[in-house]
Write a protein that binds this ligand. Structure first.
Ligand SMILES: [Zn+2]
Length: 420
């Protein structure tokens, strides 16, 4: 065919012979008949080794590629099968697409890039694919991108945490690298065998090189870490420790609300309900850090200080614990001591409980202060993965969610395909 090479480069394919191009104006499609160039034929789809031809397979097949203007583009080719010594009878590899994919490399990479950078609606409408399809594309692009790359070289300080998805019904265990600030690994489940799976992937030698492991105080993580990383200092995730105080404060707020409601029931007609309602409305102001408060929220806090001093003290306790992790190690330890005696004397059972929890994990918390493990990293990775889990909600299988997380937070987002 004339201009076959120009067509090949416009379609963004290599190792490929373009035999014929057909335009159908009615269906607004362009179909390019192609075949693998010599040297690219009869390779196992899985391992890419040359194998004997088995049969013609299911005949002609189509792969969607990037649109040309307003036209949808498909590559069409034979899809013969080969017999691989290791993988049995499989469809032969093609140079324009990943194994078992219905889309070309260029199409896959564009969809993956859009899934990382834009919204669900943007990807599906722009590319004309279902969200489920985006999920399988993301999963295979991610598998491909992480294959053959040594993600675990020179690993020293890691954090292990759990993330819930499917409205809190399912869990992923995630591992972040404190030094590169990237997501390293994610696996389905929150149990000892999931943590073991990560350390298995890491290998014994590298486990021994790990110097610090941060996690919440979950025993299923701690036990495995103690066994697999004998040389690592265990640190507490400041994120979770501060969360304990947040939950304790929430308990105080709920108690206050209930007390206000009871007072209102006892003396109907009194405007006590107003306080109950307002307390509910202050919850965002209480949760936020003071530096992030809006003017309106700051006013609500002042109001709490006046009408509910106990709840205000709970707020100060929560902020006090956050402060412990914001200053240097020595100052932090002193602040922690002060905080503990303050919490124990607070006469708020939920905070007395937090003080006991901290006592129990004192060693790991002090290790965090000494080794200055960044809370900001864990918190922001956590927040980003939470956003992803909401985005990835429609994905049928967790591989797509893990794939999207690795592309977005592991540094594996493909670049947009460009000719030349
Ligand atoms: Zn093979």
């Amino acid at each position: 065919m004339r201009n076959a090479r120009i067509w090949a480069s416009m379609l963004g394919v290599s190792g490929t012979v373009v035999e014929q191009v057909e335009l159908n104006e009615e269906t607004a499609t362009l179909v390019a008949s192609v075949r693998p160039r010599r040297g690219h034929t009869d390779l196992c789809g899985v391992c890419k080794l040359r194998c004997p031809r088995f049969d013609r397979g299911a005949g002609r097949r189509r792969w969607r590629s990037l649109d040309f203007g307003l036209f949808k583009v498909f590559l069409e080719a034979d899809a013969p099968r080969v017999r691989c010594a290791e993988h049995g009878v499989v469809v032969a590899s093609v140079p324009w697409a990943r194994h078992d994919a219905g889309h070309t490399f260029a199409f896959d990479d564009t969809v993956a890039w859009l899934a990382v950078k834009t919204s669900k609606t943007a990807v599906t409408s722009l590319m004309g694919v279902a969200w489920r399809t985006v999920g399988s594309i993301v999963a295979r692009v991610s598998t491909d991108a992480t294959k053959g790359i040594d993600r675990f070289a020179d690993l020293r300080r890691i954090g292990i945490d759990e993330i819930s998805y499917k409205r809190g019904k399912r869990f992923l265990t995630v591992v972040v690298d404190h030094d590169s600030r990237r997501l390293l690994w994610a696996g389905v489940g929150r149990d000892m065998s999931t943590v073991h799976a990560f350390f298995d992937a890491l290998g014994e030698e590298r486990c021994a090189q790990i110097t610090h492991v941060s996690s919440d105080s979950a025993t299923w993580i701690e036990r495995v870490v103690r066994r697999r990383c004998p040389n690592a200092v265990r640190c507490a995730d400041p994120f979770h420790v501060v969360q304990w105080a947040q939950q304790a404060m929430d308990q105080v707020r709920r108690d206050s609300q209930q007390a206000a409601r009871r007072r209102a029931q006892r003396a109907p007609g009194k405007p006590a309900l107003g306080k109950e309602l307002n307390l509910w409305r202050t919850r965002h102001a209480l949760w936020k850090s003071p530096e992030n408060l809006t003017e309106h929220q700051a006013e609500r806090l002042k109001w709490i200080e006046k009408v509910d001093p106990r709840l205000h003290r709970a707020y100060l306790l929560k902020e006090g614990l956050r402060f412990v992790f914001q200053v240097g190690p020595d100052e932090g330890k002193e602040a922690l001591d002060r905080w503990l005696s303050w919490a124990r004397r607070s006469r708020m059972p939920s905070f007395v409980k937090v003080a006991r929890q901290i006592d129990a994990h004192r060693e790991a918390i002090e290790a965090t202060l000494e080794h200055r493990l960044s809370n900001a990293l864990i918190e922001s990775t956590n927040a980003k993965i939470r956003v992803l889990t909401r985005v990835a909600f429609g994905f049928k299988n967790p591989d797509a969610l893990i794939g999207l997380a690795m592309l977005a937070l592991g540094g594996f987002c493909p670049s947009l395909p460009r000719a030349g």
